[in-house]
Design a protein around this ligand. Structure first.
Ligand SMILES: Cc1cc2nc3c(=O)[nH]c(=O)nc-3n(C[C@H](O)[C@H](O)[C@H](O)COP(=O)(O)O)c2cc1C
Length: 178
């Protein structure tokens, strides 16, 4: 059940050595391509990366929050075409989420790595570094990388009592739930 998947979903950053079979990768690709997009423009591009040397280099795209990718067997680099849609960021974010949730449903763990608006160093963005590495055309932008693999850590879903119900209002902003 979909809600069960959402209740148990967490970001997983530790992976076993087990590789991800092609049929499973195919299902992740299909999930990404089934994501909704504004006016159905589909401004995304997905680069499926399974070469360990490339994953290790991608793990170095930014100084914090990406290093675990070098131990993942698989990464989905999610790019968007800013000329293809004015809301490519939203479209790419939704597709990234679809990949993350599909991975969980397939028994995999995954974690979003933010690339857009992140710097690799004072004079190079993470986006520019990845574009060079993967031959991505200049007119594209990299939104995220989803690191994927079989989980080597166990995390419980967030308990219902820990959810931020104080951020939910009824009818007017600031009006608490009845
Ligand atoms: C837009 C976005 C960007 C994120 N960027 C990173 C990142 O660069 N590195 C990382 O380790 N986790 C990243 N995460 C994962 C969050 O840290 C994680 O979702 C959050 O801590 C809540 O944990 P949970 O997913 O296990 O509920 C990102 C998540 C989102 C939605």
């Amino acid at each position: 059940m979909f809600l069960k998947q959402i209740q148990t979903r967490r970001s997983i950053r530790k992976f076993t050595d087990r590789s991800v079979d092609k049929e499973i990768i195919d299902q992740l690709i299909e999930a990404a391509l089934r994501a909704p997009s504004s006016r159905d423009f589909r401004p995304w591009r997905f680069i499926v990366v399974d070469q360990p040397d490339l994953l290790a280099k991608l793990a170095d795209a930014k100084p914090h929050g990406a290093s675990f990718l070098k131990n993942a067997p698989l990464g989905f680099v999610v790019c968007g075409d800013p000329d293809g849609s004015d809301v490519w960021v939203e479209d790419c974010a939704i597709a990234s989420t679809f990949i993350h949730l599909a991975a969980h449903d397939l028994g995999l763990g995954s974690c979003w790595i933010q690339i857009r608006k992140r710097d690799r160093s004072p004079d190079k963005t993470a986006d520019a570094y990845i574009k060079e590495l993967l031959d991505i055309p200049d007119n594209m932008a990299v939104e995220s990388i989803i690191a994927i693999g079989y989980p080597d850590e166990t995390k419980s879903g967030h308990s219902k009592t820990a959810l931020a119900y104080d951020k939910v209002f009824f009818n007017h902003f600031g009006k608490a739930m009845p």
